[in-house]
Design a binder for this molecule. Structure first.
Ligand code: ADP
Ligand code: MG
Length: 340
Protein backbone atom coordinates (compact mmCIF):
# COMPACT_ATOMS: atom_id res chain seq x y z
CA UNK A 1 0.00 0.00 0.00
CA UNK A 2 2.96 2.28 0.75
CA UNK A 3 4.24 1.46 -2.73
CA UNK A 4 0.89 2.17 -4.35
CA UNK A 5 0.80 5.51 -2.56
CA UNK A 6 4.30 6.32 -3.74
CA UNK A 7 3.37 5.50 -7.33
CA UNK A 8 0.23 7.60 -7.07
CA UNK A 9 2.40 10.35 -5.61
CA UNK A 10 4.35 10.42 -8.84
CA UNK A 11 1.26 11.67 -10.61
CA UNK A 12 0.29 14.25 -8.02
CA UNK A 13 3.64 15.37 -6.67
CA UNK A 14 6.38 16.29 -9.05
CA UNK A 15 8.22 18.97 -7.09
CA UNK A 16 7.76 21.35 -4.15
CA UNK A 17 5.50 23.55 -6.29
CA UNK A 18 3.01 20.68 -6.68
CA UNK A 19 2.93 20.20 -2.91
CA UNK A 20 2.28 23.92 -2.49
CA UNK A 21 -0.51 23.88 -5.01
CA UNK A 22 -2.28 21.01 -3.25
CA UNK A 23 -1.84 22.45 0.25
CA UNK A 24 -3.05 25.90 -0.77
CA UNK A 25 -6.01 24.34 -2.62
CA UNK A 26 -6.94 22.65 0.64
CA UNK A 27 -6.56 25.86 2.65
CA UNK A 28 -8.81 27.72 0.21
CA UNK A 29 -11.35 24.89 0.23
CA UNK A 30 -11.40 25.21 4.03
CA UNK A 31 -12.39 28.87 3.70
CA UNK A 32 -9.07 30.44 4.71
CA UNK A 33 -8.78 34.23 4.60
CA UNK A 34 -5.08 34.31 5.43
CA UNK A 35 -2.46 31.80 4.26
CA UNK A 36 1.14 31.80 5.43
CA UNK A 37 3.74 29.76 3.59
CA UNK A 38 7.19 29.04 5.00
CA UNK A 39 9.84 27.43 2.84
CA UNK A 40 13.34 26.17 3.37
CA UNK A 41 15.73 25.03 0.68
CA UNK A 42 13.37 26.20 -2.06
CA UNK A 43 10.69 23.97 -0.49
CA UNK A 44 12.76 20.81 -0.89
CA UNK A 45 13.80 20.73 2.77
CA UNK A 46 10.63 22.14 4.28
CA UNK A 47 7.23 23.47 3.31
CA UNK A 48 4.78 24.77 5.89
CA UNK A 49 1.32 26.01 4.94
CA UNK A 50 -0.71 27.63 7.71
CA UNK A 51 -4.32 28.68 7.28
CA UNK A 52 -7.16 30.13 9.31
CA UNK A 53 -9.79 27.92 7.68
CA UNK A 54 -12.38 25.68 9.30
CA UNK A 55 -9.88 23.10 10.58
CA UNK A 56 -10.18 19.33 10.77
CA UNK A 57 -11.96 17.64 13.70
CA UNK A 58 -9.45 15.60 15.77
CA UNK A 59 -11.28 12.34 15.03
CA UNK A 60 -10.89 12.95 11.29
CA UNK A 61 -7.19 13.82 11.27
CA UNK A 62 -5.97 10.27 10.52
CA UNK A 63 -8.67 9.95 7.87
CA UNK A 64 -7.39 13.00 5.99
CA UNK A 65 -4.20 11.05 5.21
CA UNK A 66 -5.91 8.00 3.77
CA UNK A 67 -6.08 7.55 0.04
CA UNK A 68 -9.43 8.45 -1.45
CA UNK A 69 -10.47 10.07 1.79
CA UNK A 70 -12.13 13.33 0.96
CA UNK A 71 -14.67 15.29 2.93
CA UNK A 72 -15.69 17.07 -0.25
CA UNK A 73 -17.78 14.62 -2.24
CA UNK A 74 -20.07 11.91 -1.01
CA UNK A 75 -21.00 10.29 -4.32
CA UNK A 76 -19.88 9.87 -7.89
CA UNK A 77 -22.79 12.05 -8.96
CA UNK A 78 -21.35 14.93 -6.99
CA UNK A 79 -18.09 14.56 -8.88
CA UNK A 80 -19.90 16.17 -11.80
CA UNK A 81 -20.68 19.30 -9.89
CA UNK A 82 -17.61 19.91 -7.74
CA UNK A 83 -17.02 23.50 -6.84
CA UNK A 84 -14.14 22.87 -4.45
CA UNK A 85 -10.57 22.75 -5.73
CA UNK A 86 -9.87 19.31 -4.28
CA UNK A 87 -12.14 16.30 -4.54
CA UNK A 88 -10.08 13.17 -5.09
CA UNK A 89 -8.77 12.70 -1.60
CA UNK A 90 -5.35 11.81 -2.99
CA UNK A 91 -3.10 14.72 -2.31
CA UNK A 92 -2.33 14.42 1.39
CA UNK A 93 -1.85 10.63 1.18
CA UNK A 94 0.43 11.02 -1.80
CA UNK A 95 2.52 13.77 -0.21
CA UNK A 96 2.75 11.86 3.07
CA UNK A 97 4.13 8.82 1.25
CA UNK A 98 7.11 10.73 -0.12
CA UNK A 99 7.96 13.05 2.77
CA UNK A 100 7.94 13.54 6.52
CA UNK A 101 4.55 15.12 7.04
CA UNK A 102 2.65 16.41 10.00
CA UNK A 103 -0.79 17.91 10.29
CA UNK A 104 -1.90 20.22 13.10
CA UNK A 105 -5.45 21.45 13.16
CA UNK A 106 -8.14 22.96 15.30
CA UNK A 107 -11.82 23.57 14.65
CA UNK A 108 -13.83 26.33 16.31
CA UNK A 109 -15.48 23.78 18.63
CA UNK A 110 -12.24 22.12 19.77
CA UNK A 111 -10.71 23.13 23.13
CA UNK A 112 -7.22 22.90 21.60
CA UNK A 113 -5.41 21.81 18.45
CA UNK A 114 -4.24 18.26 17.70
CA UNK A 115 -1.10 17.34 15.82
CA UNK A 116 -0.70 14.14 13.80
CA UNK A 117 2.66 12.81 12.74
CA UNK A 118 2.01 11.00 9.47
CA UNK A 119 4.83 8.46 9.71
CA UNK A 120 4.41 7.36 13.32
CA UNK A 121 0.68 7.96 13.49
CA UNK A 122 1.27 9.69 16.80
CA UNK A 123 -1.51 12.09 17.79
CA UNK A 124 -0.85 14.73 20.44
CA UNK A 125 -2.29 17.99 21.74
CA UNK A 126 -0.79 21.08 20.15
CA UNK A 127 -1.09 24.85 20.41
CA UNK A 128 -2.57 26.90 17.58
CA UNK A 129 -5.69 28.89 16.79
CA UNK A 130 -8.53 27.71 14.57
CA UNK A 131 -7.21 26.45 11.24
CA UNK A 132 -4.69 24.01 9.88
CA UNK A 133 -0.92 23.77 9.58
CA UNK A 134 0.60 21.20 7.26
CA UNK A 135 4.33 20.63 7.42
CA UNK A 136 6.18 18.68 4.73
CA UNK A 137 9.86 17.93 5.29
CA UNK A 138 12.48 16.34 3.04
CA UNK A 139 10.41 15.78 -0.07
CA UNK A 140 11.33 12.52 -1.85
CA UNK A 141 13.78 11.50 0.91
CA UNK A 142 12.64 7.89 0.38
CA UNK A 143 12.49 7.98 -3.42
CA UNK A 144 16.06 9.03 -4.34
CA UNK A 145 15.47 8.70 -8.09
CA UNK A 146 12.78 11.33 -7.87
CA UNK A 147 14.75 13.56 -5.55
CA UNK A 148 17.55 13.57 -8.14
CA UNK A 149 15.17 15.08 -10.69
CA UNK A 150 14.65 18.19 -8.61
CA UNK A 151 16.45 21.29 -9.85
CA UNK A 152 18.39 23.80 -7.79
CA UNK A 153 16.79 25.34 -4.71
CA UNK A 154 16.48 28.65 -6.57
CA UNK A 155 14.64 26.99 -9.46
CA UNK A 156 12.30 25.05 -7.18
CA UNK A 157 11.61 28.24 -5.24
CA UNK A 158 10.75 30.04 -8.48
CA UNK A 159 8.29 27.28 -9.44
CA UNK A 160 6.79 27.38 -5.95
CA UNK A 161 6.31 31.13 -6.10
CA UNK A 162 4.64 30.83 -9.49
CA UNK A 163 2.20 28.28 -8.06
CA UNK A 164 1.40 30.73 -5.25
CA UNK A 165 0.94 33.62 -7.70
CA UNK A 166 -1.63 31.57 -9.62
CA UNK A 167 -3.62 31.10 -6.43
CA UNK A 168 -3.21 34.68 -5.27
CA UNK A 169 -4.44 36.12 -8.58
CA UNK A 170 -7.57 33.99 -8.38
CA UNK A 171 -8.40 35.02 -4.81
CA UNK A 172 -7.76 38.71 -4.10
CA UNK A 173 -9.87 38.48 -0.93
CA UNK A 174 -7.37 36.05 0.62
CA UNK A 175 -4.13 37.35 2.13
CA UNK A 176 -0.84 35.56 1.46
CA UNK A 177 2.54 35.80 3.16
CA UNK A 178 5.50 33.82 1.87
CA UNK A 179 8.70 33.25 3.81
CA UNK A 180 11.91 31.64 2.61
CA UNK A 181 14.71 30.78 5.01
CA UNK A 182 13.16 33.08 7.62
CA UNK A 183 12.80 36.07 5.29
CA UNK A 184 9.50 37.47 4.07
CA UNK A 185 9.77 37.27 0.27
CA UNK A 186 6.19 38.07 -0.77
CA UNK A 187 3.16 39.57 0.87
CA UNK A 188 -0.17 40.05 -0.85
CA UNK A 189 -2.66 41.74 1.43
CA UNK A 190 -6.26 40.54 1.58
CA UNK A 191 -8.58 42.86 -0.34
CA UNK A 192 -12.02 43.26 1.21
CA UNK A 193 -14.68 41.33 -0.73
CA UNK A 194 -18.00 42.97 -1.57
CA UNK A 195 -20.80 42.61 0.90
CA UNK A 196 -23.19 40.07 -0.58
CA UNK A 197 -25.83 42.71 -1.23
CA UNK A 198 -28.35 41.65 -3.89
CA UNK A 199 -29.24 45.33 -4.35
CA UNK A 200 -25.81 46.11 -5.85
CA UNK A 201 -26.25 46.76 -9.58
CA UNK A 202 -24.30 44.18 -11.63
CA UNK A 203 -22.28 46.89 -13.38
CA UNK A 204 -21.12 48.26 -10.04
CA UNK A 205 -20.27 44.80 -8.72
CA UNK A 206 -18.23 44.14 -11.88
CA UNK A 207 -16.40 47.46 -11.58
CA UNK A 208 -15.46 46.65 -7.99
CA UNK A 209 -14.28 43.15 -8.90
CA UNK A 210 -12.18 44.68 -11.70
CA UNK A 211 -10.64 47.20 -9.32
CA UNK A 212 -9.79 44.43 -6.86
CA UNK A 213 -8.27 42.32 -9.63
CA UNK A 214 -6.14 45.24 -10.81
CA UNK A 215 -4.93 45.85 -7.26
CA UNK A 216 -4.00 42.19 -6.74
CA UNK A 217 -2.34 42.02 -10.16
CA UNK A 218 -0.23 45.03 -9.28
CA UNK A 219 0.82 43.45 -5.97
CA UNK A 220 1.61 40.06 -7.47
CA UNK A 221 2.92 40.81 -10.98
CA UNK A 222 3.78 44.49 -10.77
CA UNK A 223 2.41 47.78 -12.07
CA UNK A 224 3.57 47.02 -15.62
CA UNK A 225 0.99 44.29 -16.01
CA UNK A 226 -1.83 46.64 -15.03
CA UNK A 227 -0.50 49.49 -17.18
CA UNK A 228 -0.17 47.14 -20.13
CA UNK A 229 -3.68 45.68 -19.92
CA UNK A 230 -7.34 46.71 -19.88
CA UNK A 231 -10.41 45.21 -18.23
CA UNK A 232 -12.18 42.72 -20.44
CA UNK A 233 -15.87 43.46 -19.90
CA UNK A 234 -17.69 40.31 -18.75
CA UNK A 235 -19.34 38.73 -21.76
CA UNK A 236 -21.64 35.75 -21.86
CA UNK A 237 -22.14 33.57 -24.90
CA UNK A 238 -24.31 30.52 -24.45
CA UNK A 239 -23.23 28.76 -21.27
CA UNK A 240 -19.81 30.42 -21.18
CA UNK A 241 -18.89 33.68 -19.45
CA UNK A 242 -15.54 35.33 -20.08
CA UNK A 243 -14.02 38.20 -18.07
CA UNK A 244 -10.63 39.37 -16.81
CA UNK A 245 -7.95 41.67 -18.22
CA UNK A 246 -6.29 41.54 -21.60
CA UNK A 247 -2.94 42.94 -22.67
CA UNK A 248 -2.55 45.84 -25.06
CA UNK A 249 -0.80 44.81 -28.28
CA UNK A 250 2.15 47.14 -27.65
CA UNK A 251 2.71 45.52 -24.25
CA UNK A 252 3.12 42.05 -25.72
CA UNK A 253 6.16 40.07 -24.62
CA UNK A 254 8.62 37.77 -26.27
CA UNK A 255 7.71 34.99 -23.83
CA UNK A 256 4.31 33.53 -22.91
CA UNK A 257 5.06 34.02 -19.22
CA UNK A 258 2.23 36.31 -18.11
CA UNK A 259 -0.76 34.39 -19.37
CA UNK A 260 -3.16 33.32 -16.66
CA UNK A 261 -6.26 31.32 -17.42
CA UNK A 262 -8.85 30.27 -14.85
CA UNK A 263 -11.83 28.01 -15.23
CA UNK A 264 -14.43 28.22 -12.47
CA UNK A 265 -11.80 29.61 -10.14
CA UNK A 266 -9.15 27.01 -10.93
CA UNK A 267 -5.94 27.75 -12.82
CA UNK A 268 -5.81 25.72 -16.02
CA UNK A 269 -3.84 25.41 -19.23
CA UNK A 270 -5.72 24.70 -22.39
CA UNK A 271 -4.61 24.52 -26.02
CA UNK A 272 -8.04 25.26 -27.39
CA UNK A 273 -8.37 28.48 -25.42
CA UNK A 274 -4.78 29.47 -26.20
CA UNK A 275 -5.70 29.08 -29.85
CA UNK A 276 -8.83 31.23 -29.45
CA UNK A 277 -6.72 33.96 -27.83
CA UNK A 278 -4.08 33.79 -30.55
CA UNK A 279 -6.75 34.05 -33.25
CA UNK A 280 -8.29 37.13 -31.62
CA UNK A 281 -4.89 38.86 -31.49
CA UNK A 282 -3.95 37.73 -34.98
CA UNK A 283 -4.06 41.04 -36.79
CA UNK A 284 -2.95 43.26 -33.91
CA UNK A 285 0.17 41.29 -32.87
CA UNK A 286 3.06 40.61 -35.17
CA UNK A 287 5.86 38.09 -35.16
CA UNK A 288 6.09 35.79 -32.17
CA UNK A 289 4.87 38.40 -29.68
CA UNK A 290 2.81 37.02 -26.78
CA UNK A 291 -0.08 38.96 -25.24
CA UNK A 292 -0.34 39.20 -21.45
CA UNK A 293 -3.72 38.31 -19.99
CA UNK A 294 -5.72 37.03 -17.10
CA UNK A 295 -8.87 35.31 -18.30
CA UNK A 296 -11.62 34.21 -16.01
CA UNK A 297 -13.97 31.64 -17.53
CA UNK A 298 -17.19 30.46 -15.97
CA UNK A 299 -18.73 27.32 -17.43
CA UNK A 300 -21.43 25.22 -15.73
CA UNK A 301 -19.50 22.39 -13.98
CA UNK A 302 -21.47 19.66 -15.73
CA UNK A 303 -20.07 20.89 -19.05
CA UNK A 304 -16.47 20.32 -17.98
CA UNK A 305 -14.54 17.24 -16.99
CA UNK A 306 -11.85 18.38 -14.56
CA UNK A 307 -10.89 14.82 -13.75
CA UNK A 308 -8.56 14.31 -16.72
CA UNK A 309 -5.25 14.98 -15.06
CA UNK A 310 -4.23 14.31 -11.45
CA UNK A 311 -2.56 17.68 -11.27
CA UNK A 312 -5.84 19.20 -12.45
CA UNK A 313 -4.17 21.69 -14.77
CA UNK A 314 -5.85 20.23 -17.84
CA UNK A 315 -9.56 19.87 -18.37
CA UNK A 316 -11.87 18.55 -21.06
CA UNK A 317 -14.84 20.55 -22.25
CA UNK A 318 -18.05 18.81 -23.31
CA UNK A 319 -18.37 21.36 -26.10
CA UNK A 320 -15.00 22.76 -27.06
CA UNK A 321 -16.36 24.81 -29.94
CA UNK A 322 -18.69 26.72 -27.68
CA UNK A 323 -15.81 27.67 -25.36
CA UNK A 324 -13.50 28.54 -28.24
CA UNK A 325 -16.08 30.85 -29.79
CA UNK A 326 -16.98 32.55 -26.52
CA UNK A 327 -13.32 33.35 -25.78
CA UNK A 328 -12.59 34.41 -29.34
CA UNK A 329 -15.58 36.74 -29.55
CA UNK A 330 -15.03 38.31 -26.12
CA UNK A 331 -11.43 39.21 -27.01
CA UNK A 332 -12.20 40.04 -30.62
CA UNK A 333 -14.86 42.56 -29.55
CA UNK A 334 -12.52 44.13 -26.99
CA UNK A 335 -9.64 44.34 -29.48
CA UNK A 336 -11.76 45.51 -32.45
CA UNK A 337 -11.14 49.21 -31.84
CA UNK A 338 -7.37 48.68 -32.03
CA UNK A 339 -7.46 47.00 -35.39
CA UNK A 340 -5.82 48.83 -38.33
P1 ADP B 1 -9.17 16.49 -1.27
O1 ADP B 1 -8.73 17.91 -1.18
O2 ADP B 1 -9.20 16.00 -2.68
O3 ADP B 1 -10.43 16.20 -0.51
P2 ADP B 1 -6.74 15.92 0.17
O4 ADP B 1 -5.90 14.70 0.27
O5 ADP B 1 -6.10 17.14 -0.40
O6 ADP B 1 -8.04 15.55 -0.62
O7 ADP B 1 -7.29 16.27 1.62
C1 ADP B 1 -8.02 15.26 2.31
C2 ADP B 1 -9.02 15.87 3.28
O8 ADP B 1 -8.31 16.49 4.37
C3 ADP B 1 -9.87 16.98 2.70
O9 ADP B 1 -11.02 16.47 2.06
C4 ADP B 1 -10.23 17.80 3.94
O10 ADP B 1 -11.33 17.20 4.61
C5 ADP B 1 -9.02 17.63 4.84
N1 ADP B 1 -8.10 18.78 4.76
C6 ADP B 1 -6.89 18.82 4.13
N2 ADP B 1 -6.30 20.02 4.27
C7 ADP B 1 -7.14 20.78 4.99
C8 ADP B 1 -7.10 22.15 5.47
N3 ADP B 1 -6.06 22.96 5.24
N4 ADP B 1 -8.16 22.59 6.22
C9 ADP B 1 -9.21 21.77 6.47
N5 ADP B 1 -9.30 20.49 6.04
C10 ADP B 1 -8.30 20.00 5.31
MG1 MG C 1 -6.89 18.63 -1.77
Amino acid sequence: DELISQIAAGEVVERPASVLRELVDNALDAGATQITVKLEGGGIRRIVVEDDGAGIPAAELPLALQRHATSKIASLGELEAVASLGFRGEALAAIASVSEMSLASRTAEAPHAMRLDARSGELAAAARGVGTTVEVRELFFNTPARRKFLKSEATELAHGLEALRRHALARPEVGFAVWHEGRLIAQWRALAPDAADPATPPAEAEARAQARLAQRLEAVLGADFVRGSRPLPARRQGAVEVAGRIGLPDHARSRADQQYLYLNGRYIRDKLIAHAVRSAYEDVLHGQRQPIYLLWLSVPPERVDVNVHPAKVEVRFRDGREVHQAVFHALDAALAERRP
